[in-house]
Design a protein around this ligand. Sequence first.
Ligand SMILES: [Zn+2]
Ligand SMILES: [Zn+2]
Length: 173
Amino acid sequence: MNTREHQIFRKYLERRGLKLTAERLAVFDELFARHEHLEADELLVRLRARHKKISRATIYRTLDLLVDSGIVGRVRIREEGYRYERMRAGDHHDHLICNECGRVVEFREPRIESLQDEICQRYGFVLLSHSHQLRGVCRQCRPRVSTRESRSSAAGSPDAILRPRPPRLGHAS
Ligand SMILES: [Zn+2]
Ligand SMILES: [Zn+2]
């Protein structure tokens, strides 16, 4: 294991007088094995399944270190919940987050990126980073939510935020 991210993490730990322990390395390896958006508890289950002895507290502490070192990103999915993903230089994307199931969908949109550059130029602002998190209801959860919504609106609920939009006329899809 000698990737750029691995070196960044090792140097980050050194500067803080910390060691790259077997536990920290196991969390790193699991996150960097492939590109996913993982919860801390999912990491815990996977590492334990491989007979790695690791505590939940160690996983959370290591995730904080990885985020702080800049090589892992986190996406907030609930009040107290995050999903973590490896970050690679030059691979930028933004996220759609489902409020129902916590699913995270990535998107890349060059028009949004260039609009941001324009806005920063307009304000003489040097852009260092940004994140877009669009929250809503994913395709898989929509049928469930719209059923629930039609039941509650039949009961006179004023909450119409998730009511499905009427079909657009003259649009064959
Ligand atoms: Zn969902
Ligand atoms: Zn992502």
